[in-house]
Design a protein around this ligand. Structure first.
Ligand code: UDP
Ligand code: MG
Length: 342
């Protein structure tokens, strides 16, 4: 069922593109098969972005604006948009026309075919430097290794999500968030639509090399404890090498061949290896605490069949479906106040 569609666009200093995007969105709103709201999240822009949006909101009744008090970053701007979106299907897209509005029509078709997540996968990149292409490739390699093996390549935050996915996503309230990783972590029925990504319509990218590196690091750290535990294998290896060196040097010394210096070097290696191992062990415990502190739900349920409400009260820290059409299924237990309202 599709009674309402929401589009969510984070914007940061986009005064140059807004006059180009707004008419394209107006066209899209007319073409979409259900009433549509467009939510712009102004992420603390320091240019005329806010003024342009406020002015446009008077002209377009479908336009809504969320105005942040400062720059919180694209990921949190998306989060705010998803919290406020009312649609059965919600599409997140960039405001610079690199995510072409027409693609949303294909996404909605896939949604109507029964998919919960439809991400847009770009076939090639136009108007981007070789450095940007190289860093993007490195970024995706890093992501599939450390974040989630299933994380699709050449995919940005441009995607459609169904209401059950949005409701589940809203249970993940961690501070440092990498939305793409979270959506993949959630599961549900996912599919892709392919498109050719055009160059930015106007203005400049808000992601410098440094900011992209920071995003990659944030993604790795919020999905993997690997950096914390890295000291463990390195330390273990060093310590083993130290034991070996000490033994060899000791035997040589006993035979009058080696020097005491080699033994000292071996012991030195052994001791720093042991220290590093201990740090790695600490890291492992810290990593587990990090997992607990993050407080993510333990699992996500898409549907419950033949359960009574009282049967699922004990499902703590789980994401249960908010509602189900079949009479045999039940409403989820609202855990947070924002769910109580719905
Ligand atoms: N953006 C944002 N907050 C930021 C940085 C970017 O809301 O701190 C928005 C930006 O306005 C755009 C989208 O996120 O709508 C993607 O940014 P951009 O196009 O600069 O990234 P790129 O496509 O170059 O990776
Ligand atoms: Mg862009």
């Amino acid at each position: 069922m599709l009674t309402r569609i929401s589009l969510v666009l984070p914007v940061y200093n986009e005064q140059a593109v807004l006059p180009l995007v707004l008419p394209r969105l107006a066209e899209l709103v007319d073409q979409l098969p259900a009433p549509t709201e467009v939510i712009f999240v102004n992420d603390g822009s320091r240019d005329a972005t806010r003024a342009i949006l406020a002015e446009a909101a008077r002209q377009y009744s479908w336009l809504r604006v969320v105005d942040f008090s400062r720059n919180f970053g694209q990921q949190l701007a998306i989060t705010a948009g998803l919290d406020l979106a009312q649609g059965d299907a919600v599409v997140v897209m960039d405001a610079d026309l690199q995510d072409p509005p027409e693609v949303v029509l294909q996404m909605v078709e896939q949604y109507q075919a029964g998919y919960d997540v439809v991400y847009a996968q770009r076939l090639e990149r136009h108007g981007e430097t070789w450095l940007k292409k190289l860093t993007a490739t490195a970024f995706y390699r890093l992501m599939t290794t450390f974040v989630n093996r299933d994380l699709p390549e050449n995919v940005s935050d441009f995607r459609l999500m169904s209401r059950p996915v949005i409701d589940a996503l809203r249970h993940l309230r961690e501070q440092h968030r990498f939305m793409r990783g979270l959506v993949t972590w959630l599961g549900f029925r996912q599919t892709a639509v392919q498109f050719v990504r055009p160059a930015r319509a106007a203005g400049e990218t808000k992601y410098s090399f440094i900011k992209l590196t920071a995003l990659a690091w944030q993604a790795v750290v919020s999905f993997s404890n690997w950096p914390l535990r890295a000291a463990l294998p390195v330390g273990g290896g060093l310590a083993a090498l130290g034991v070996l060196t000490t033994m060899v040097a000791g035997v040589m010394w006993l035979n009058g061949a080696g020097s005491g210096l080699a033994i000292i070097a071996g012991l030195q290696l052994l001791l720093s290896g042991a220290t590093l191992t201990a740090i790695g062990v600490l890291g492992d415990y810290l990593g587990r605490m990090y997992d607990e502190v993050r407080g993510r739900p333990l699992y996500v349920v898409r549907e419950l069949i033949n359960f009574r409400p009282e049967d699922v009260k004990s499902a703590e820290r789980a994401v249960l479906p908010a509602n189900s059409a079949a009479p045999a299924t039940l409403r989820a237990v609202p855990r947070d106040e924002w769910r109580q309202a719905s």
